[in-house]
Design a protein around this ligand. Sequence first.
Ligand code: GRF
Length: 205
Amino acid sequence: MQTERKIRIAVLVSGSGSNLQALLDAQGSTLVSGEIVLVVANKEQAYGLERARKHQIKAVCLPNKTAPTADEYDLALVQLLQAHQIDLVVLAGWLRILGPRFLQVFAERVINIHPSLLPAFGGKDFYGLKVHQAALDRGVQVSGATVHYVEEAVDAGPIIWQEALRVQPDDTPQSLQQRILSQIEWKILPQATEVVAQKIARDSG
Ligand code: GRF
């Protein structure tokens, strides 16, 4: 009997990596069509690197200063991912814009999670608590998270999965961030990753 090849996933992080943790924990349950084989951070102190090592997954830091230009950085990243035969790239709190040099090679193979209901509160100025602060300032009654394909325009690629929750009258940016993470992001990122891994497997099989 022939066992199906698992899609090889790289997760890119810049910070705490709680979404990476959700993906690691989902392996074998929600996430079955792909396996995380590489974690890359652009910051030495990114705790996501530690989480990967605890799971015996290769963790590599490619600091921003590795390359003098964005284009050269993208090229170094492409080479790293290609050396590990990566099929799917998941951005999980990756705070660096990927340019055409990268996205042409991994077209339709890069997904991102963003902590709002895109297209609201998306774009290069919306990251971290700023997203939730802007949502509260605008007085929205629902917010949530979105998993989408990554294209050159920041946070604007096709939407794969979205879920919402109600904003509470006493929410702060911190409380909203925490609820969206724990109730939505950690759930939908593994679900959406599985959907995309299945699609890549179908398309390549
Ligand atoms: C998450 O809110 C994610 O939506 C955004 O960055 C944050 C990363 O958090 N892109 P973590 O590093 O996964 O804890």
